[in-house]
Design a protein around this ligand. Structure first.
Ligand SMILES: Cc1cc2nc3c(=O)[nH]c(=O)nc-3n(C[C@H](O)[C@H](O)[C@H](O)COP(=O)(O)O)c2cc1C
Length: 684
């Protein structure tokens, strides 16, 4: 077993003794209610993380002033006394597990949080003066407004103390209010808070720190989070500036400095909260992308650490291995984990117990960053924010559970059912576990959004648990009934059929998901998605130089990126008017401009006339006819439902459930497949 001696060594932060170096990063969960009131979801989330072994939790995005109610679930609050009972309950729940808790006090500042919100910053900036071209003009705060905000800030800290919080973190990072004083890209004031010196740029923070110290005493911990490095603007914060700011905060009595990052670029560049480099990094980020593997912001933490004596916190796609190395090299004192602890609250305990292979790894998919359907969700942890509801508890009655299909949904259902004490059989038609996820992983690539971790984790778990796994078995009604199950969970995958109404669809030059999966199955099984993805840069057997893709939703657009990167001439055709369905917003925002830049023609409102040996004939919505030349026509349409077996066995088995892609397009993403699996396996 590897040695994580430093990661699990204690550290003094102000008055607090932390039992290890793993700190939960502040992350706005978006599980709050109108008026920034707390919910049980918030309490269960943080209690779960505390129980999982982190030494300190920073609760993100707690407003020190009330916000207008348009998006009620976004923020927590300590702006009024009515927040005290709920926040007291939260602090007590975390403290039960030998874990400290700090409230990160927040104001969105220039961030575009809603249509009715007036962005606020250090300086009034017109659209032309803004460092980012997709934000709204800002109102620069007056001296009177600063005084009022300071008073509210300090009152919120006093409330945090009353609630039992161990301290507060002053949020001056990313693109939010206090950052707009610290960063010269935003601050054009001419008064004592202006950009002329670091003394001025840090003045407001230091006045706040002094006020909190006076009211809450020395033992109340105060941390400051700043951008250790900003990218893509001539006045962007540098690590050296962050280090200078750190010395001012240290002198003001801050107990730690935590480093984050930010970037400025033309839309659709997006840095907050994490830089998203798909399909390709922006030019000015290219020199930094290789640092993703060692921690993009670690160099800034190391620079700050050289200048201050208080603990320094590093962040950004870190894990236990990188964390131990960073501590060993003296680049930081604490390791901040955000998404990693959302994916698996138990990460610290599992590392400590030597069970690293049981850790569910975050794949950096960006699903949590821009939820499309309300509060945050995690692709790989369906229980995020539903900790109690989807807890894995012993089943009241042991049943024989037959799971059909060993893709992600089937494996998750089998895993959870087995952990609950059921007698589980898992049947898989192909020779290996993971279903079409291997193909998806190859298409997406593994550099920035690594789905292979899901396959590895689930395959390992089902093989370790007392589950009878039978591969190479085609489950028909006869096979199912012969097993005499009490419960059948069908995770049979979607129906990737070729659209028969297109004349010529059975031509030799047409490939579909099913035929691609068949071609790739052997190499994927033998070499894995990562290696096959790399080899496909050299050779893509059966795929010609010119490719027309039928389908402009997630499948088609990801396929287009994959093929374009491999030198193909690509055209994407979509029958409807909408593109990129089921892609996280930042994914689609970056993908469409990239395809345009790369000369990939994307046509919507297309009617398919026929497929010929030389390509695809189409009619556009204005009646124009076009003949698109293609050596290969690739059908990458969303999957249809696959309910044949369900109909065959319904009524013959006491309980039958269908989960995942077999339920059709709305269940086709991993996040939905895993959620349906967990929900089903928790109730049988
Ligand atoms: C969904 C989400 C919400 C976040 N909210 C906050 C926040 O409220 N305050 C903050 O300082 N950082 C926030 N962050 C940034 C994280 O604290 C952290 O810096 C980032 O996730 C990188 O760390 P990781 O790779 O361990 O996730 C957020 C990140 C994510 C993904």
């Amino acid at each position: 077993m590897k040695n994580y001696e430093r990661l699990f060594s204690p550290l003094q932060v102000g008055s607090l003794t932390l039992k290890n170096r793993i700190v939960k990063a502040p992350q706005s969960s978006e599980y709050w209610l109108e008026g920034q009131m707390i919910t049980n979801r918030v309490i269960d989330l943080y209690e779960g993380i505390a129980e999982g072994g982190a030494s300190m939790i920073l609760v993100g995005a707690i407003l020190f002033q009330p916000a207008e109610p348009e998006l009620p679930f976004l923020f927590g609050g300590l702006s009024q006394d009515r927040h005290i009972p709920g926040m007291t309950e939260l602090a007590a729940a975390v403290h039960k597990h030998d874990c400290h808790i700090l409230a990160q006090l927040h104001h969105p500042g220039p961030a575009p949080i809603s249509t009715t919100y007036t962005p606020l910053a250090s300086t009034t900036l017109t659209v032309d003066q803004l460092p980012l071209d997709y934000l709204a003009p800002t109102h620069g705060v007056t001296t009177e407004e600063i005084e009022a905000m300071k008073a509210d800030y300090i009152e919120a800290a006093v409330r945090a103390k009353k609630c039992g919080f161990d301290g507060i973190e002053c949020h001056s990072a990313n693109g939010y209010f206090l950052m707009s004083f610290l960063s010269r890209a935003w601050n054009y004031r001419t008064d004592q808070y202006g950009p002329q010196s670091m003394e001025n740029r840090t003045r407001l923070h230091r006045e706040i720190i002094a006020g909190i110290k006076e009211r809450c005493g020395e033992d109340f911990v105060i941390g400051v989070r700043i951008n250790g490095q900003e990218f893509g603007h001539p006045k962007a914060m540098t690590p050296a500036e962050a280090a200078e700011a750190g010395t001012w905060f240290e002198r003001a009595g801050a107990h730690y400095i935590s480093l984050a990052g930010y970037g400025y670029g033309k839309a659709p560049f997006q840095y907050v909260p994490d830089y998203w480099p798909y399909p390709e990094p922006d030019d000015f980020m290219k020199p930094y992308v290789k640092q993703f593997k060692t921690g993009l912001l670690v160099p800034s933490a190391a620079t700050v650490k050289k200048s201050v004596g208080i603990p320094v916190i590093a962040v950004g796609r870190l894990d236990e291995d990188l964390g131990e190395e960073i501590l060993k090299d003296g680049k930081a004192d604490l390791i901040l984990l955000g998404r990693g602890l959302w994916a698996d609250h138990e990460l610290p305990n599992k590392v400590l117990a030597g069970n690293r292979e049981d850790i569910v790894r975050c794949c950096r998919c960006a699903t949590c960053e821009d939820p499309q359907d309300g509060p945050r969700r995690c692709r790989v942890n369906p229980a995020l924010g539903r900790e109690k509801e989807l807890a894995i508890t012993p089943a009241p009655t042991k049943k024989k559970v037959l799971v059909v299909g060993a893709g992600p949904a089937g494996m998750e259902a089998a895993r959870v059912a087995a952990l609950r004490g059921h007698d589980v059989i898992l049947l898989e038609r192909s020779g290996h576990l993971g279903g079409k996820l291997h193909l998806a992983a190859m298409l997406k690539g593994t550099d920035f959004d690594d789905v292979t971790t899901v396959i590895d984790y689930l395959s390992r778990q089902v093989q370790r648990l007392p589950i009878t796994i039978k591969t190479g078995v085609e489950a028909d009604k006869h096979v199912v009934l012969a097993n005499k199950p009490d419960v059948v969970i069908l995770a049979v995958g979607g129906n990737y059929v070729l659209p028969e109404d297109i004349p010529g669809i059975l031509n030799r030059n047409v490939e579909g998901v099913a035929s691609l999966a068949r071609t790739a199955e052997r190499p994927l099984r033998m070499l894995g998605a990562n290696a096959v993805g790399k080899l496909s840069n050299i050779a893509l057997p059966g795929v010609g130089k010119r490719v027309v893709i039928i389908g402009g939703q997630i499948e088609g657009l990801q396929g287009a990126v994959f093929l374009k990167k491999r030198g193909r001439t690509v055209t994407v055709l979509e029958e409807s008017e909408s593109l990129g369905g089921r892609m996280p917003p930042r994914y689609i925002k970056r993908t469409l401009p990239w395809l345009a830049k790369e000369g990939v023609e994307v046509l919507t409102g297309v009617t398919y006339d026929k497929i010929t040996d030389s390509g695809v004939d189409i009619t556009l919505k204005d009646g124009t006819k076009r003949a698109l030349a293609a050596d290969t026509v690739m059908v990458l349409l969303p999957p249809g439902a696959n309910d044949r077996l369900k109909h065959e066995i319904d009524g013959d088995v006491p309980e039958v459930y269908s989960i995942g892609c077999g339920n059709g397009v709305d269940s086709s993403l991993i996040i939905n497949a895993l959620t349906e699996a967990r929900e089903t396996a928790c109730k049988v």
